[in-house]
Design a binder for this molecule. Structure first.
Ligand code: CTP
Length: 420
């Protein structure tokens, strides 16, 4: 990452003061910073502060660019390796989403051909307003990386999502952009192998050298030679996660229940049918750096009859026994992966039940989703990520996008663990 150039656009919000610490940390990570202050931003931090911290010029207006004959704003927007908007206010994001260019910052954002990362910060109501959410969704669709704001007490005294993430987390997100290889889960699922094949490119990937186990799909528990106990899991979310992790360079072992999905490229797939087979396959795949258990595993099985039950015999006499809990088994294993991610599909009290499940299953994160609608089998998912730090609610997204974001989070978590 050394030598990378960041163009930092500081918007006009109280969180602008944190951009000073951000400049310090970016430089500490070996990158250079050129700052652009909006009119609003200049009410919170001075050009002098940013210039002193970045040891670089600070631009505040289009007319700072001495030689506009040479199209200085175009040059400035393209000299950087990454443009970071911090804080990204509701107003700034609205302009970005609409392509408005009425000052230096927005002109640069419109003129750039470089990736843009936005760190939003605003009052909770402004963040939750449908106009802001629409703009964020539009920006993401346009390829802007919009990181999730933190949840907590705000400068205005209210509580909720909208706080600027800590500068350390923003630097992590910046570093992630330089580490990640340009493969999305969507590309991988579409079978477009974009992963660089040279070993040097691979060793640069965010999850290079990491082994990750993913379980996906339903399990089938036989009742007799023709009937099974099944559930509605399609496996799409788990397969998308396996694809996204492989896209970031991980060695992925995908343990799949009975699904009708093609294997994502560059993934080792093991097909199983029952919960017990899934449990054994997971144990055999250890050790691993992380495990993401997406499968909807049947909690109960019956002793299958060797011959078909006949209708004339009446309702089959089923003797139930409990299946092994794959997640609980991993959590208690001597080989417990550093990061254990469980899923919680709930139809009511989603967050409350998922928080309890995280404790009960002794896993690090729970990805909770409300399956009372058409999530099972559908292409979209709206999830809550529950960690030791709290709850993050993501907007409804295509399953591939949920997978990409989760994979990026896993990469960040594992790299932080490694640094410690
Ligand atoms: N899980 C598992 N093995 C099982 C049951 C569940 O590994 N026998 C995993 C799932 O893959 C998921 C998490 O545990 O990651 C939660 O699954 P869920 O079915 O929601 O949990 P249960 O403990 O079965 O709770 P519930 O009573 O809600 O079914």
């Amino acid at each position: 990452m050394r030598g990378k150039r960041i163009l930092l656009i500081v918007g006009g919000g109280i969180a602008a003061y944190k951009s000073c610490e951000l400049v310090r940390l970016i430089r500490k990570a070996g990158m250079s910073v050129t700052s652009v202050l909006t009119d609003g931003g200049a009410h919170f931090v001075t050009p002098m502060t940013l210039a002193a911290l970045s040891e670089n010029r600070v631009f505040t207006s289009l007319w700072d660019l001495k030689d506009e004959v040479e199209m200085g704003h175009i040059q400035l927007s393209r000299q950087a390796d990454l443009i970071v908007v911090c804080p990204a206010t509701a107003n700034l994001m609205a302009k970005m989403a609409q392509g408005i260019a009425d000052d230096l910052a927005t002109t640069l954002l419109l003129a750039t051909d470089k990736p843009v990362l936005a760190a939003p910060a605003m009052n909770v109501r402004m963040w939750q307003h449908c106009a802001t959410q629409r703009n964020v969704a539009q920006l993401r669709q346009d390829g802007v990386i919009v990181i999730e704001p933190d949840e907590g007490e705000m400068a205005c005294g209210e509580f909720g999502p909208g706080r600027l993430p800590e500068p350390e987390a923003i630097v992590d997100a910046i570093l992630e952009q330089f580490r990640a290889v340009p493969l999305t889960a969507r590309d991988a699922l579409a079978g477009q192998e974009k992963r660089p094949s040279t070993s040097s490119a691979q060793s640069d990937a965010a999850l290079a050298g990491k082994h990750i186990i993913v379980t996906a799909g339903p399990t089938h528990e036989p009742i007799d030679p023709v009937r099974v106990i099944a559930n509605r899991s399609s496996g799409k979310q788990g397969f998308a996660i396996a694809a996204a992790l492989a896209g970031l360079g991980a060695r992925v072992t995908l343990i799949a229940g009975p699904v009708s999905l093609a294997s994502p490229p560059a993934v080792d797939r093991i097909d199983v049918e029952t919960a017990r087979e899934m449990d054994e396959a997971v144990q055999r795949a250890l050790p691993a750096d992380a495990a993401v258990l997406v499968a909807a595993v049947a909690d109960w099985r019956v002793d299958p009859s060797p011959r078909k039950f006949k209708k004339t015999e009446g309702p089959p006499p089923l003797a139930w026994s409990e299946n092994p809990d794959v997640l609980l088994g991993l959590a208690g294993s001597a080989d417990r992966p550093k990061l254990l991610v469980g899923f919680a599909a709930e139809t009511h009290a989603v967050i409350q039940l998922a928080k309890a499940k995280r404790e009960k299953k002794n896993c690090d994160w729970i990805v909770a989703n409300d399956v009372s609608g058409d999530v099972m089998g559908g292409d979209q998912n709206s999830i809550h990520l529950i960690t030791a730090d709290g709850v993050e609610s993501w907007e409804r997204l295509p399953k591939e996008e949920v997978a990409s974001r989760l994979a990026a989070r896993i990469a960040r978590y594992l790299s932080q663990k490694q640094d410690k």
